[in-house]
Design a protein around this ligand. Structure first.
Ligand code: FAD
Length: 347
């Protein structure tokens, strides 16, 4: 059923299926569902009586979320569009993008226009608005490297606030919006500071290998973007074909002391330095060693090419995928005494 609840915003009520709105393809419903295309529409919803009496969930592309049950409140789909240059100097170009812009389309826009800095982040699913949430990252680059500022609406007092780089406390798959300000702000736009003169980041060996296969002689941001697209396409399942939310767990960071003990017991452990005193472990390796790679129970499984990715083969429920993740966490603790933390948001 669809009703026009407000002056400008159409809200669907009662059991709206969220299956098309999450890349895991989990078949749950939302009690209320509304899409907003600008800040005025968002404010209209936030000022309505419905919103005060119901929990709210902001949704972008639904590519970092696992629904484990029907949502009893309002799902707000952010559909604010628009890409504009807001400032420019000799070195940088400052681009503001609406939170509802598709991330990869935004990256392609930058790559085509020779605005450098986001090419390594090609083909990450989801929308611009979620990019600061967990400081998205891939192939040696994170959002914090190109972030300038964002605008967000406070859910309670409805003020519009700006957050600069320092305000966001970006960390590995972390920001203030996942911790201190969890569920407090709705991000409406993000401004990125991109380079006019590229400074290529090919620190990841896989990129260099792919560039060689592609026969690239003169390095460009277009070539790097294409190399990243090629690698990701060959390694990760496309949610259109197989439900998933990318890496389900974060790579755990442990003290160097704990790592030394682990390395003695498991000499082939895959790990990287993380600052002077810590080591980051490859979660995929830990999970694989516990025998989960390619595991399938019903329609919930662990992707055969990458154990870090949990998948829905069709009709898995969010609860089944969550339970699988619990089993994985327990087995990794048992074998390695390391606690995996979920990267995906559980709802
Ligand atoms: C195949 C695949 C590969 C992936 N690879 C990577 C990768 O390489 N690196 C990486 O970092 N991530 C990766 N991801 C995870 C995901 O793409 C990113 O986290 C992405 O930024 C999520 O965007 P989204 O719009 O889909 O967010 P959603 O899943 O819709 O939302 C994620 C969280 O952010 C909140 N949120 C969303 N939009 C807003 C907003 N405007 N204001 C306030 N809160 C908001 C939601 O409430 C939710 O808590 C991958 C996912 C898939 C499926």
């Amino acid at each position: 059923m669809t009703i026009r609840q407000f002056e400008n915003v159409t809200m669907q009520i009662q059991d709206v299926s969220l299956k098309p709105y999450n890349t895991f393809g989990i078949d749950v419903t939302a009690r209320y569902f509304a899409t907003f295309e600008n800040v005025a529409e968002l404010e209209e919803i936030l000022n309505s009586k419905l919103q005060t009496s119901n929990p709210k969930l902001v949704l972008g592309g639904g590519s970092n979320i696992l629904f484990t049950k029907d949502y009893s409140g309002i799902v707000l789909k952010n559909d604010i569009k628009g890409i504009e240059i807001v400032q420019e100097d000799d070195e940088f170009i400052y681009i503001k993008a609406g939170a509802g812009e598709n991330w990869h389309q935004f990256v392609l826009h930058c790559v085509q226009n020779n605005y450098a800095g986001v090419e390594n982040l090609s083909l990450i699913p989801g929308n611009v608005g979620a990019s600061p949430m967990q400081n998205i990252g891939a192939y040696g680059v994170e959002i914090k490297d190109v972030f300038y500022e964002l605008e967000a609406v406070h859910r309670q007092d409805k003020t519009i606030q700006k957050f600069g780089l320092e305000d966001c406390s970006f960390g590995y798959r972390e920001s203030v919006f996942k911790s201190k300000y969890k569920d407090q702000y709705i991000i409406t736009s993000v401004t990125y500071r991109l380079n006019k003169r590229p400074c290529f980041n090919t620190s990841y060996g896989a990129i260099n290998q792919e560039l060689e296969i592609m026969g690239v002689k003169n390095l460009t941001i277009q070539a790097i973007s294409q190399a990243v697209i090629n690698i990701r396409t060959s390694k990760l399942p496309d949610p259109k074909d197989l439900g998933n939310a990318g890496s389900f767990f974060k790579n755990p960071i442990i003290s160097n002391e704990q790592f030394n003990g682990l390395k003695q017991a498991f000499p082939t452990v895959i790990a990287f330095p993380s600052g002077a005193e810590h080591t980051k472990l490859a979660a995929g390796w830990l999970i694989e060693q516990c025998g989960w790679k390619g595991y399938r129970k019903g329609d919930a499984g662990c992707f055969p090419k990458q154990a870090l990715v949990l998948v829905n083969y069709g009709k898995a429920t969010g609860k089944e995928i969550f339970e699988l993740s619990e089993e994985i966490i327990h087995s990794v603790i048992k074998k390695f005494n390391v606690v995996l933390e979920r990267e995906v948001n559980i709802v």
